[in-house]
Design a protein around this ligand. Structure first.
Ligand code: PMP
Length: 305
């Protein structure tokens, strides 16, 4: 259940949480026509800071462009709106959810007569993938989005029908999460997380061509790895590569860095968090929590006092 905050940003103004409602005949309800973001605001010794805000809002603009959805706000305006809401609600740490969708007006599939509505909400959100000692996950029987069907680089609401199938199947079968393959059988990603493998000290992750979202956390981990001198390979990875990896972990805004203990009940390494995962995780959380220098300029400070 979501813990409500006070305000929600709607098309330029703050409205009460409980007033942020839409009509059942809105286009998005029937045809999944939304694009959205998920962003974390971290508590810091000096207050709070939003992690990689411009990168997230640029991806929202990119998602809207792919779907021919006109957003009447610039990157700067969207970033300011997120800061305004966070400072008004004074809840940190928190998760932020900007969303743009086709509203009420058109009954047909082409949304040309439906207004675009933009909302931003925030609320407290803790750990997303369960498993204190590392998550037990499975390879999903569902594939990730096939090329030229649902555009995987857009973070669109409709894509999460596929994610729901992956996640529900995994949980029904007693796993914390599922890893989907792409339609060629290569490793892709979790229902809401990018995937990393470590073998012989080399960090591997599937490339964007293999039906993965261009995750902001994925990009952060690649940047940190290069900075730490860890060799990085972005290439198509066969399914079985995961079973023989020394370390496997998920990354994402909600999942942050989540070590994976087993895949299909096969133990990864000795089942504990490996040294490369630990090094990257410490660096990631160190920067996010303001305990290490923000050397890549990833933080937008907010005043929540
Ligand atoms: N893949 C999918 C399918 C996701 O939903 C997410 C979460 N947005 C990610 C990867 C990770 O992306 P990010 O690090 O930008 O949150």
């Amino acid at each position: 259940p979501i813990t409500p905050t006070t305000n929600i940003w709607h098309n330029g103004t703050l409205i009460p949480w409980e007033k942020a409602q839409i009509h059942v005949m809105s286009h998005v309800v029937h045809y999944g026509s939304s694009v959205f973001e998920g962003i974390r605001c971290y508590g810091q010794p000096q207050g709070a800071a939003i992690f990689r805000l411009p990168e997230h809002m640029q991806r929202l603009l990119d998602s809207a462009r792919i779907y021919r959805m006109p957003l009447p706000y610039s990157l700067d305006q969207l970033c300011s709106a997120v800061v305004e809401l966070t400072e008004a609600n004074k809840v940190a740490p928190c998760y932020l959810r900007p969303i743009a969708f086709r509203g009420y007006g058109e009954a047909g599939v082409n949304p040309k007569n439906s207004p675009v509505e933009v909302y931003i909400a925030n609320f407290p959100w803790g750990k997303y993938v369960s498993g204190e000692q590392g998550a037990d996950v499975c390879i999903s029987s569902w594939n990730r989005l096939a090329p030229n069907t649902m555009p995987g680089l857009a973070k669109a609401g409709a894509n999460y029908m596929n994610s729901q199938l992956i996640r529900m199947e995994a949980e029904v079968n007693g796993y914390a999460e599922g890893i989907a393959l792409d339609t060629n059988g290569y490793l892709a990603e979790g229902s809401g997380e990018n995937l990393f493998l470590v073998r012989n000290g080399v960090l591997y992750t599937p490339p964007l061509a293999n039906s993965v979202l261009s995750g902001i956390t994925r990009d952060s981990i690649l940047t940190l790895a290069r900075h730490l001198g860890i060799p990085v390979v972005e290439q198509g990875l066969p399914r079985e590569m995961i079973y023989i990896a020394d370390e496997v972990f998920f990354v994402g805004t909600a999942a942050e860095v989540t070590p994976i203990r087993s895949v299909d009940r096969i133990l990864i390494g000795d089942g504990s968090m490996g040294p490369v995962t630990k090094q990257l995780s410490d660096e990631f959380f160190g920067i996010a929590n303001g305990l290490k220098p923000d050397r890549f300029g990833w933080l937008t400070p907010v005043n929540v006092n």
